[in-house]
Design a protein around this ligand. Structure first.
Ligand code: GUN
Length: 296
């Protein structure tokens, strides 16, 4: 075995390509007099959410997507939020709706997610889209897993037949990620907090996707030599030098064993926003198609 270090998977560069594709799609839609519009709803003052929302809006505008921002106070009730969603659902000039999570504890996230019209659900969290994804239909798919698949495609090419291990089973990342890997013809295992010897299962993987929110949990001892590692974790930790962002993977240790790895930051993070905007274009096209079908 060579003792060279893993190649860094450059999420910033790949996201820039995706954003160019989105901008080209937006120009094509403009020829038909259509400007895709994304509504972003933020309830409360969670600091991380404010940063995410600001970035989403900035990138949308750079890609030529119209953005509408709804900032609602912490005291907003569920009924009030549902009214905003109903208005956005009914507005033909709004193509995508994103409600930033987490929501204040007084609001039921499930109720809110399922109030969004599935054809405008650019997060891909509505059960209509979740079910459609499992059945391989043309639906809106969650942004982070879609971005991870693109990173894998750019890094490995065809991943058919590979053994992929997804660490974490959240609705936002773990479960849809496993589904997308299965569609790409991988053998897929999901490892989680109740797994017996998660590290041993992970050592069987050609592809590891870590999405557990535990800083540095996965180190070299979890990896088969040559594995490709996608680190979805974004954890802020305090160090004597100040606070910094780290992934779920112990990058320094893992890069001595893996063949390719995403850094944090600069790996998966930029892809999530890029795929949100791609989904906004896809939603716009699906809505145009559905409007045409209604006329026939
Ligand atoms: N909060 C953290 N990640 C996400 C995401 O992908 N979508 C939404 N809506 N909220 C989030």
């Amino acid at each position: 075995m060579s003792n060279s270090f893993a190649k860094d998977i450059d999420g910033k560069a790949i996201a820039a390509c995706v954003l160019e594709e989105v901008a080209a799609d937006v120009r094509e839609l403009a020829l038909h007099g259509v400007t895709p519009a994304l509504a972003v709803v933020l309830v409360g003052s969670d600091e991380a959410s404010q940063v995410y929302v600001r970035n989403k809006i900035l990138r949308a505008e750079q890609a030529g997507i119209r953005s509408l921002e709804y900032r609602l106070p912490n005291t907003t009730g569920q009924a009030e939020l549902l009214e905003v969603i109903a208005e956005l659902n009914a507005d033909p000039l709004v193509n995508g709706i994103l409600v930033q999570l987490p929501l204040p504890a007084s609001i039921n996230e499930g109720v809110v997610i399922h109030a969004i019209d599935p054809i405008k659900d650019v997060d891909g969290f509505h059960r209509h889209n979740v079910g459609g994804l499992v059945q391989g239909q043309e639906v809106l798919t969650p942004c982070t897993p879609s971005g991870c698949m693109r990173l894998l495609e750019e890094t490995c090419g065809d991943i058919s037949g590979k053994h992929a291990v997804v660490i974490g089973r959240s609705n936002i990342v773990g479960k849809p990620m496993a589904t997308l890997l299965l569609q790409a013809h991988c053998s897929v295992s999901i490892v989680h907090s109740r797994s017996v010897d998660a590290a041993a299962l992970c050592r069987l993987a050609d592809i590891v996707v870590a999405a557990v929110g535990r800083p540095g949990l996965i180190d070299a001892s979890w990896l088969k030599p040559g594995a490709v590692v996608i680190d979805v974790g974004i954890n802020r930790i305090d160090t004597p030098e100040g606070s910094r962002l780290v992934g779920d993977v112990d990058y320094a240790s893992a890069r001595a064993v893996a063949s390719a790895i995403t850094p944090v930051p600069g790996g998966v993070g930029p892809m999530t926003i890029a795929y949100l905007l791609k989904n906004t274009v896809i939603a716009t096209r699906l809505q145009r198609k559905s409007a045409l079908m209604e006329k026939i």
